[in-house]
Design a binder for this molecule. Structure first.
Ligand SMILES: Nc1nc2c(ncn2[C@@H]2O[C@H](COP(=O)(O)OP(=O)(O)OP(=O)(O)O)[C@@H](O)[C@H]2O)c(=O)[nH]1
Length: 373
Protein backbone atom coordinates (compact mmCIF):
# COMPACT_ATOMS: atom_id res chain seq x y z
CA UNK A 1 0.00 0.00 0.00
CA UNK A 2 1.28 3.50 -0.93
CA UNK A 3 1.81 6.04 1.80
CA UNK A 4 -0.67 9.04 1.79
CA UNK A 5 2.18 11.55 1.30
CA UNK A 6 3.27 9.69 -1.86
CA UNK A 7 -0.26 9.87 -3.27
CA UNK A 8 -0.47 13.61 -2.62
CA UNK A 9 1.86 14.82 -5.47
CA UNK A 10 -0.07 12.68 -7.99
CA UNK A 11 -3.30 14.21 -6.80
CA UNK A 12 -1.84 17.70 -7.08
CA UNK A 13 -0.78 16.94 -10.66
CA UNK A 14 -4.25 15.68 -11.44
CA UNK A 15 -5.86 18.78 -9.95
CA UNK A 16 -3.51 21.06 -11.94
CA UNK A 17 -4.16 19.09 -15.09
CA UNK A 18 -7.88 19.28 -14.47
CA UNK A 19 -7.73 23.03 -13.96
CA UNK A 20 -5.70 23.40 -17.14
CA UNK A 21 -8.29 21.39 -19.04
CA UNK A 22 -11.15 23.43 -17.59
CA UNK A 23 -9.41 26.65 -18.63
CA UNK A 24 -8.93 25.31 -22.15
CA UNK A 25 -12.53 24.16 -22.39
CA UNK A 26 -13.60 27.58 -21.13
CA UNK A 27 -11.47 29.23 -23.80
CA UNK A 28 -12.83 26.96 -26.54
CA UNK A 29 -16.41 27.62 -25.38
CA UNK A 30 -15.74 31.35 -25.41
CA UNK A 31 -14.31 31.11 -28.94
CA UNK A 32 -17.31 29.04 -30.06
CA UNK A 33 -19.66 31.62 -28.57
CA UNK A 34 -17.77 34.46 -30.30
CA UNK A 35 -17.74 32.60 -33.62
CA UNK A 36 -21.45 31.97 -33.24
CA UNK A 37 -22.07 35.68 -32.67
CA UNK A 38 -19.90 36.61 -35.68
CA UNK A 39 -21.77 34.10 -37.84
CA UNK A 40 -25.13 35.46 -36.66
CA UNK A 41 -24.06 39.04 -37.41
CA UNK A 42 -22.85 38.05 -40.88
CA UNK A 43 -26.03 36.15 -41.61
CA UNK A 44 -28.01 39.27 -40.68
CA UNK A 45 -25.69 41.27 -42.98
CA UNK A 46 -26.23 38.78 -45.84
CA UNK A 47 -30.01 39.04 -45.44
CA UNK A 48 -29.80 42.81 -45.37
CA UNK A 49 -27.78 43.07 -48.60
CA UNK A 50 -29.78 40.39 -50.41
CA UNK A 51 -32.89 42.45 -49.58
CA UNK A 52 -31.47 45.72 -50.97
CA UNK A 53 -33.75 46.81 -53.78
CA UNK A 54 -31.54 49.33 -55.50
CA UNK A 55 -27.92 50.32 -55.98
CA UNK A 56 -27.62 53.13 -53.37
CA UNK A 57 -29.38 50.97 -50.80
CA UNK A 58 -26.96 48.11 -51.43
CA UNK A 59 -23.71 50.07 -51.32
CA UNK A 60 -25.05 52.16 -48.43
CA UNK A 61 -25.73 48.97 -46.44
CA UNK A 62 -22.28 47.56 -47.20
CA UNK A 63 -20.50 50.76 -46.07
CA UNK A 64 -22.70 51.16 -42.99
CA UNK A 65 -22.80 47.61 -41.66
CA UNK A 66 -19.61 45.88 -42.74
CA UNK A 67 -17.20 48.01 -40.66
CA UNK A 68 -19.38 47.36 -37.59
CA UNK A 69 -20.03 43.64 -37.91
CA UNK A 70 -16.49 42.82 -39.02
CA UNK A 71 -14.78 45.33 -36.76
CA UNK A 72 -12.98 47.09 -39.62
CA UNK A 73 -11.51 50.57 -39.77
CA UNK A 74 -12.09 51.04 -43.48
CA UNK A 75 -14.25 49.45 -46.18
CA UNK A 76 -14.12 50.54 -49.80
CA UNK A 77 -15.53 49.07 -52.96
CA UNK A 78 -13.90 49.29 -56.40
CA UNK A 79 -16.09 48.53 -59.41
CA UNK A 80 -14.91 47.81 -62.93
CA UNK A 81 -16.88 50.22 -65.09
CA UNK A 82 -15.70 50.09 -68.69
CA UNK A 83 -17.04 53.10 -70.63
CA UNK A 84 -18.47 54.48 -67.34
CA UNK A 85 -21.85 52.82 -68.05
CA UNK A 86 -22.62 52.06 -64.41
CA UNK A 87 -21.62 55.52 -63.25
CA UNK A 88 -23.65 57.24 -65.99
CA UNK A 89 -26.80 55.23 -65.45
CA UNK A 90 -26.69 55.55 -61.65
CA UNK A 91 -26.07 59.27 -61.99
CA UNK A 92 -29.05 59.61 -64.31
CA UNK A 93 -31.18 57.63 -61.88
CA UNK A 94 -30.29 60.19 -59.24
CA UNK A 95 -27.59 58.39 -57.20
CA UNK A 96 -25.67 60.95 -55.17
CA UNK A 97 -22.07 59.76 -55.44
CA UNK A 98 -20.85 62.35 -52.96
CA UNK A 99 -22.54 60.38 -50.21
CA UNK A 100 -20.40 57.36 -51.15
CA UNK A 101 -16.77 58.57 -51.01
CA UNK A 102 -15.59 54.96 -50.65
CA UNK A 103 -17.25 53.80 -53.85
CA UNK A 104 -14.58 53.74 -56.52
CA UNK A 105 -14.67 53.04 -60.24
CA UNK A 106 -11.94 51.84 -62.54
CA UNK A 107 -11.95 51.48 -66.28
CA UNK A 108 -10.23 48.09 -66.56
CA UNK A 109 -10.06 45.01 -64.32
CA UNK A 110 -6.22 44.98 -64.44
CA UNK A 111 -6.21 48.22 -62.44
CA UNK A 112 -7.41 46.23 -59.43
CA UNK A 113 -3.97 44.64 -59.23
CA UNK A 114 -4.89 40.95 -58.86
CA UNK A 115 -2.63 38.29 -60.33
CA UNK A 116 -3.94 37.49 -63.80
CA UNK A 117 -5.28 33.95 -64.00
CA UNK A 118 -8.30 31.76 -63.90
CA UNK A 119 -9.33 32.71 -60.38
CA UNK A 120 -7.80 35.80 -58.77
CA UNK A 121 -6.93 35.33 -55.09
CA UNK A 122 -7.43 37.81 -52.25
CA UNK A 123 -4.37 39.91 -51.40
CA UNK A 124 -3.74 40.25 -47.68
CA UNK A 125 -0.90 42.05 -45.95
CA UNK A 126 0.49 45.27 -44.52
CA UNK A 127 -0.97 48.53 -45.78
CA UNK A 128 1.24 50.76 -47.90
CA UNK A 129 0.10 54.07 -49.34
CA UNK A 130 2.12 53.47 -52.50
CA UNK A 131 0.55 50.07 -53.19
CA UNK A 132 -2.98 50.67 -51.87
CA UNK A 133 -3.56 54.41 -52.28
CA UNK A 134 -6.03 53.88 -55.13
CA UNK A 135 -8.10 51.41 -53.06
CA UNK A 136 -8.08 53.59 -49.93
CA UNK A 137 -8.25 57.22 -51.12
CA UNK A 138 -9.22 58.40 -47.61
CA UNK A 139 -7.32 56.00 -45.32
CA UNK A 140 -8.07 56.29 -41.61
CA UNK A 141 -5.14 57.30 -39.40
CA UNK A 142 -3.13 54.26 -38.34
CA UNK A 143 -4.28 51.91 -41.11
CA UNK A 144 -1.96 48.90 -40.81
CA UNK A 145 -3.25 45.89 -42.70
CA UNK A 146 -5.55 45.33 -45.65
CA UNK A 147 -7.41 42.61 -47.52
CA UNK A 148 -8.29 43.21 -51.16
CA UNK A 149 -10.86 40.60 -52.10
CA UNK A 150 -11.84 40.02 -55.74
CA UNK A 151 -15.52 40.28 -56.60
CA UNK A 152 -16.18 37.58 -59.18
CA UNK A 153 -19.23 36.73 -61.26
CA UNK A 154 -18.99 33.71 -63.54
CA UNK A 155 -15.18 33.98 -63.41
CA UNK A 156 -15.39 37.63 -64.47
CA UNK A 157 -13.71 40.15 -62.21
CA UNK A 158 -16.32 42.86 -61.56
CA UNK A 159 -14.56 44.66 -58.74
CA UNK A 160 -12.79 44.42 -55.44
CA UNK A 161 -13.94 44.59 -51.82
CA UNK A 162 -11.25 46.38 -49.86
CA UNK A 163 -11.05 45.88 -46.11
CA UNK A 164 -8.69 47.82 -43.86
CA UNK A 165 -7.71 47.48 -40.19
CA UNK A 166 -5.52 49.42 -37.77
CA UNK A 167 -4.44 46.06 -36.31
CA UNK A 168 -1.26 44.92 -38.14
CA UNK A 169 -2.11 41.27 -37.36
CA UNK A 170 -5.65 41.45 -38.71
CA UNK A 171 -4.79 40.68 -42.33
CA UNK A 172 -1.60 38.73 -42.88
CA UNK A 173 -0.60 36.63 -45.86
CA UNK A 174 -0.86 33.48 -43.66
CA UNK A 175 -4.53 34.05 -42.83
CA UNK A 176 -7.19 31.77 -44.35
CA UNK A 177 -9.39 33.57 -46.87
CA UNK A 178 -12.48 31.31 -47.09
CA UNK A 179 -14.55 33.62 -44.95
CA UNK A 180 -13.82 36.86 -46.83
CA UNK A 181 -14.16 35.09 -50.17
CA UNK A 182 -17.59 33.80 -49.18
CA UNK A 183 -18.63 37.29 -48.12
CA UNK A 184 -17.28 38.78 -51.37
CA UNK A 185 -19.17 36.20 -53.44
CA UNK A 186 -22.48 37.22 -51.85
CA UNK A 187 -21.68 40.91 -52.32
CA UNK A 188 -20.76 40.26 -55.98
CA UNK A 189 -24.09 38.51 -56.66
CA UNK A 190 -26.04 41.31 -55.00
CA UNK A 191 -24.11 43.97 -56.92
CA UNK A 192 -24.66 42.27 -60.24
CA UNK A 193 -28.38 41.92 -59.52
CA UNK A 194 -29.01 45.52 -58.50
CA UNK A 195 -26.85 46.87 -61.32
CA UNK A 196 -28.77 44.90 -63.96
CA UNK A 197 -32.08 45.92 -62.39
CA UNK A 198 -31.07 49.57 -62.43
CA UNK A 199 -29.91 49.25 -66.05
CA UNK A 200 -33.28 47.77 -67.03
CA UNK A 201 -35.07 50.52 -65.14
CA UNK A 202 -32.96 53.09 -66.97
CA UNK A 203 -33.55 51.54 -70.41
CA UNK A 204 -37.31 51.48 -69.71
CA UNK A 205 -37.32 55.17 -68.86
CA UNK A 206 -35.09 56.69 -71.49
CA UNK A 207 -35.26 57.48 -75.15
CA UNK A 208 -32.55 55.53 -76.99
CA UNK A 209 -32.02 58.18 -79.68
CA UNK A 210 -31.41 61.23 -77.52
CA UNK A 211 -30.61 59.72 -74.11
CA UNK A 212 -33.19 61.95 -72.39
CA UNK A 213 -36.18 60.50 -70.52
CA UNK A 214 -39.10 58.99 -72.40
CA UNK A 215 -42.82 59.57 -72.15
CA UNK A 216 -43.35 56.76 -69.62
CA UNK A 217 -40.92 58.45 -67.25
CA UNK A 218 -42.44 61.90 -67.58
CA UNK A 219 -46.00 60.60 -67.11
CA UNK A 220 -44.96 59.00 -63.83
CA UNK A 221 -42.80 61.88 -62.67
CA UNK A 222 -45.52 64.40 -63.43
CA UNK A 223 -47.99 62.63 -61.15
CA UNK A 224 -45.37 62.42 -58.36
CA UNK A 225 -44.39 66.06 -58.71
CA UNK A 226 -48.00 67.29 -58.78
CA UNK A 227 -48.70 65.36 -55.57
CA UNK A 228 -45.61 66.88 -53.95
CA UNK A 229 -46.38 70.37 -55.23
CA UNK A 230 -49.91 70.07 -53.80
CA UNK A 231 -48.53 69.01 -50.41
CA UNK A 232 -45.64 71.43 -50.22
CA UNK A 233 -47.18 74.33 -52.04
CA UNK A 234 -44.61 75.14 -54.70
CA UNK A 235 -44.98 75.89 -58.40
CA UNK A 236 -44.45 73.48 -61.24
CA UNK A 237 -44.62 74.25 -64.93
CA UNK A 238 -44.71 72.18 -68.05
CA UNK A 239 -43.61 72.94 -71.58
CA UNK A 240 -44.16 71.36 -74.95
CA UNK A 241 -41.33 71.93 -77.41
CA UNK A 242 -41.78 71.00 -81.07
CA UNK A 243 -39.16 71.29 -83.78
CA UNK A 244 -40.48 73.50 -86.59
CA UNK A 245 -40.87 72.06 -90.08
CA UNK A 246 -39.02 68.96 -89.09
CA UNK A 247 -40.42 67.07 -92.04
CA UNK A 248 -38.49 69.53 -94.25
CA UNK A 249 -35.34 68.94 -92.19
CA UNK A 250 -35.58 65.22 -92.87
CA UNK A 251 -36.37 65.84 -96.50
CA UNK A 252 -33.43 68.19 -97.00
CA UNK A 253 -30.64 66.51 -95.03
CA UNK A 254 -31.90 62.93 -94.72
CA UNK A 255 -33.24 60.87 -91.83
CA UNK A 256 -29.82 60.18 -90.28
CA UNK A 257 -28.93 63.85 -90.10
CA UNK A 258 -32.49 64.44 -88.86
CA UNK A 259 -31.66 62.15 -85.95
CA UNK A 260 -28.52 64.19 -85.26
CA UNK A 261 -30.66 67.33 -85.21
CA UNK A 262 -32.96 65.75 -82.61
CA UNK A 263 -29.95 64.82 -80.44
CA UNK A 264 -28.57 68.34 -80.69
CA UNK A 265 -31.96 69.90 -79.91
CA UNK A 266 -32.17 67.72 -76.78
CA UNK A 267 -28.65 68.78 -75.76
CA UNK A 268 -29.41 72.48 -76.29
CA UNK A 269 -32.64 72.26 -74.27
CA UNK A 270 -30.78 70.50 -71.47
CA UNK A 271 -28.19 73.25 -71.27
CA UNK A 272 -30.89 75.70 -70.15
CA UNK A 273 -32.33 73.48 -67.41
CA UNK A 274 -31.59 72.90 -63.76
CA UNK A 275 -30.76 69.39 -62.53
CA UNK A 276 -34.12 69.20 -60.76
CA UNK A 277 -35.99 69.75 -64.06
CA UNK A 278 -36.89 66.79 -66.24
CA UNK A 279 -36.57 66.67 -70.02
CA UNK A 280 -38.24 63.94 -72.06
CA UNK A 281 -38.79 63.13 -75.69
CA UNK A 282 -42.54 62.76 -75.98
CA UNK A 283 -42.37 61.23 -79.43
CA UNK A 284 -41.19 62.16 -82.93
CA UNK A 285 -39.81 65.68 -82.91
CA UNK A 286 -41.61 66.67 -79.72
CA UNK A 287 -39.99 67.24 -76.33
CA UNK A 288 -41.48 68.12 -72.97
CA UNK A 289 -39.93 69.72 -69.91
CA UNK A 290 -41.16 69.58 -66.35
CA UNK A 291 -39.90 72.54 -64.36
CA UNK A 292 -39.80 72.27 -60.60
CA UNK A 293 -40.29 75.36 -58.49
CA UNK A 294 -41.00 77.61 -61.47
CA UNK A 295 -44.18 79.65 -62.04
CA UNK A 296 -45.52 80.59 -65.48
CA UNK A 297 -43.33 83.70 -65.82
CA UNK A 298 -40.16 81.88 -64.80
CA UNK A 299 -40.99 78.96 -67.11
CA UNK A 300 -41.62 81.35 -70.02
CA UNK A 301 -38.18 82.89 -69.48
CA UNK A 302 -36.55 79.45 -69.55
CA UNK A 303 -38.61 78.60 -72.64
CA UNK A 304 -37.38 81.69 -74.42
CA UNK A 305 -33.77 80.85 -73.55
CA UNK A 306 -34.36 77.39 -75.06
CA UNK A 307 -35.95 78.89 -78.17
CA UNK A 308 -33.02 81.26 -78.64
CA UNK A 309 -30.48 78.51 -77.84
CA UNK A 310 -31.81 76.47 -80.75
CA UNK A 311 -32.47 79.27 -83.26
CA UNK A 312 -29.46 81.52 -82.71
CA UNK A 313 -26.75 79.09 -83.74
CA UNK A 314 -26.91 76.96 -86.90
CA UNK A 315 -26.60 73.20 -86.41
CA UNK A 316 -23.25 71.84 -87.54
CA UNK A 317 -24.09 68.54 -89.25
CA UNK A 318 -21.83 65.77 -90.48
CA UNK A 319 -20.29 66.45 -93.88
CA UNK A 320 -19.81 70.17 -93.20
CA UNK A 321 -23.49 71.06 -93.62
CA UNK A 322 -25.04 73.84 -91.56
CA UNK A 323 -28.75 74.04 -90.90
CA UNK A 324 -30.96 76.61 -89.23
CA UNK A 325 -33.41 74.96 -86.87
CA UNK A 326 -36.10 76.48 -84.68
CA UNK A 327 -38.59 75.29 -82.10
CA UNK A 328 -42.03 76.42 -80.98
CA UNK A 329 -42.87 76.17 -77.30
CA UNK A 330 -46.12 76.11 -75.31
CA UNK A 331 -45.82 76.74 -71.57
CA UNK A 332 -48.35 76.09 -68.80
CA UNK A 333 -48.15 76.25 -65.01
CA UNK A 334 -50.03 74.37 -62.33
CA UNK A 335 -52.84 76.67 -61.23
CA UNK A 336 -53.62 77.26 -57.59
CA UNK A 337 -57.13 75.90 -58.04
CA UNK A 338 -55.66 72.61 -59.22
CA UNK A 339 -54.18 71.97 -55.81
CA UNK A 340 -57.41 70.47 -54.49
CA UNK A 341 -58.22 68.29 -57.50
CA UNK A 342 -57.44 64.65 -58.30
CA UNK A 343 -53.84 64.31 -59.48
CA UNK A 344 -54.41 62.42 -62.76
CA UNK A 345 -56.95 64.99 -63.95
CA UNK A 346 -54.63 67.83 -62.99
CA UNK A 347 -51.75 66.21 -64.91
CA UNK A 348 -53.87 65.80 -68.03
CA UNK A 349 -55.12 69.38 -67.81
CA UNK A 350 -51.57 70.71 -67.43
CA UNK A 351 -50.29 68.76 -70.44
CA UNK A 352 -53.35 69.74 -72.54
CA UNK A 353 -52.91 73.36 -71.59
CA UNK A 354 -49.22 73.38 -72.68
CA UNK A 355 -50.20 71.55 -75.87
CA UNK A 356 -52.82 74.21 -76.63
CA UNK A 357 -50.23 76.94 -76.13
CA UNK A 358 -47.85 75.11 -78.49
CA UNK A 359 -50.57 74.98 -81.12
CA UNK A 360 -50.98 78.75 -80.83
CA UNK A 361 -47.19 79.24 -81.14
CA UNK A 362 -47.25 77.23 -84.38
CA UNK A 363 -50.25 79.16 -85.67
CA UNK A 364 -48.62 82.47 -84.85
CA UNK A 365 -45.66 81.70 -87.12
CA UNK A 366 -43.34 79.29 -85.17
CA UNK A 367 -39.98 80.00 -83.47
CA UNK A 368 -41.86 81.50 -80.53
CA UNK A 369 -43.06 80.88 -76.99
CA UNK A 370 -46.71 81.10 -75.99
CA UNK A 371 -47.94 81.01 -72.41
CA UNK A 372 -51.20 79.23 -71.62
CA UNK A 373 -53.88 81.08 -69.79
N1 LIG B 1 -35.13 61.83 -88.25
C1 LIG B 1 -36.20 61.55 -87.53
N2 LIG B 1 -37.41 62.02 -87.91
C2 LIG B 1 -38.48 61.76 -87.17
C3 LIG B 1 -38.37 60.97 -86.00
N3 LIG B 1 -39.62 60.88 -85.46
C4 LIG B 1 -40.46 61.60 -86.26
N4 LIG B 1 -39.78 62.12 -87.30
C5 LIG B 1 -40.29 62.93 -88.40
O1 LIG B 1 -40.72 64.21 -87.90
C6 LIG B 1 -41.60 64.78 -88.90
C7 LIG B 1 -42.70 65.52 -88.16
O2 LIG B 1 -43.43 66.19 -89.15
P1 LIG B 1 -44.78 66.98 -88.87
O3 LIG B 1 -45.51 66.34 -87.71
O4 LIG B 1 -45.50 67.08 -90.16
O5 LIG B 1 -44.35 68.37 -88.36
P2 LIG B 1 -43.28 69.42 -88.88
O6 LIG B 1 -42.78 69.12 -90.24
O7 LIG B 1 -42.21 69.51 -87.80
O8 LIG B 1 -44.11 70.72 -88.92
P3 LIG B 1 -44.56 71.66 -87.73
O9 LIG B 1 -44.50 70.87 -86.45
O10 LIG B 1 -45.94 72.02 -88.06
O11 LIG B 1 -43.65 72.82 -87.70
C8 LIG B 1 -42.07 63.63 -89.73
O12 LIG B 1 -41.52 63.76 -91.03
C9 LIG B 1 -41.51 62.39 -89.07
O13 LIG B 1 -41.13 61.39 -89.99
C10 LIG B 1 -37.11 60.44 -85.66
O14 LIG B 1 -36.92 59.74 -84.64
N5 LIG B 1 -36.04 60.77 -86.44
Amino acid sequence: MRQPDAVLPDLRDLIAENEGLRARIGYVMEQAQRNHEIMARHQAFDLEIVGASNFPQLVGTIFRLLPVISDLDSVTLSLVDTDADIYTVMHKLGVDFESFPNLLFCEHAVELGFEPGERPRPRLGPYSRAAHGAMFPHPPAGLESVALVPLLRNKRLIGSLNLGSCDPQRFTAALGTDFVEHMASIIAICLENVISNEMLKYIGLTDPLTGVYNRRYIDRRLVEEIARAQRQNYHISFMFIDVDYFKKVNDSVGHQAGDDVLREVAARIKMELRVSDALARFGGEEFVVLLINADLQAAAMVADRIRAGVADKPFDLAGGQYLNVSVSIGVAALDDYARDHAIEGVAQALVASADGALYQAKEAGRNRVVMAG
